[in-house]
Design a protein around this ligand. Structure first.
Ligand SMILES: [Zn+2]
Length: 122
C-alpha cells in the first residue's frame, strides 16, 4: 500500500519532533522533503494526522517545502533540476552526482506561546 511509506516517515518524524518540543505544544512542523524521497505531500500531511492522533502532537500540522532533485555534472559542471528520475545532464553526460532531492529534514517548529506555569503572586 502506497501510504505505508508516508506512515513510516511520519512515525520517525513524530519521534524527532517530540524530542525537540520537549513537552511544549507544537503548532507547525516545518519540513524539507527532497523530490527523490517520492513522498506525496498530501499523503504525508494525512499520515501525520493519523500518526499524531492521541499523542501530545495532535493538532499540529506539517508545512512541507518540497526540494527539487538536482544533478551536478562532472563533465561540464552544470546543475540541472530534473522533473523525472532521468540521471543525465543537459550536455548528454551521465557522469552526474545527485546533489539535491534526498532531503528529509525538520527545519523548525512553531510552538504555542509560552504558558505561565506559576502565575506571579500579587
Ligand atoms: Zn554536463
Amino acid at each position: 500500500m502506497r501510504a505505508v511509506h508516508e506512515l513510516s516517515i511520519c512515525t520517525s518524524l513524530a519521534r524527532i519532533v517530540e524530542a525537540h518540543a520537549d513537552g511544549r505544544v507544537v503548532e507547525v512542523v516545518h519540513l524539507e522533503v527532497g523530490y527523490l524521497r517520492q513522498v506525496i505531500p498530501a499523503t504525508l500531511r494525512y499520515s501525520w494526522e493519523i500518526v499524531v492522533l492521541d499523542t501530545p502532537l495532535a493538532g499540529s500540522v506539517l508545512d512541507i517545502n518540497h526540494i527539487p532533485a538536482v544533478l551536478h555534472c562532472r563533465d561540464c559542471d552544470a546543475r540541472t533540476v530534473i522533473e523525472v528520475p532521468v540521471f543525465r545532464c543537459g550536455c548528454g553526460s551521465v557522469a552526474v552526482d545527485v546533489v539535491g532531492g534526498e532531503e528529509l529534514l525538520v527545519t523548525s517548529l512553531d510552538l504555542a506561546g509560552p504558558r505561565t506555569l506559576a502565575p506571579p503572586r500579587s
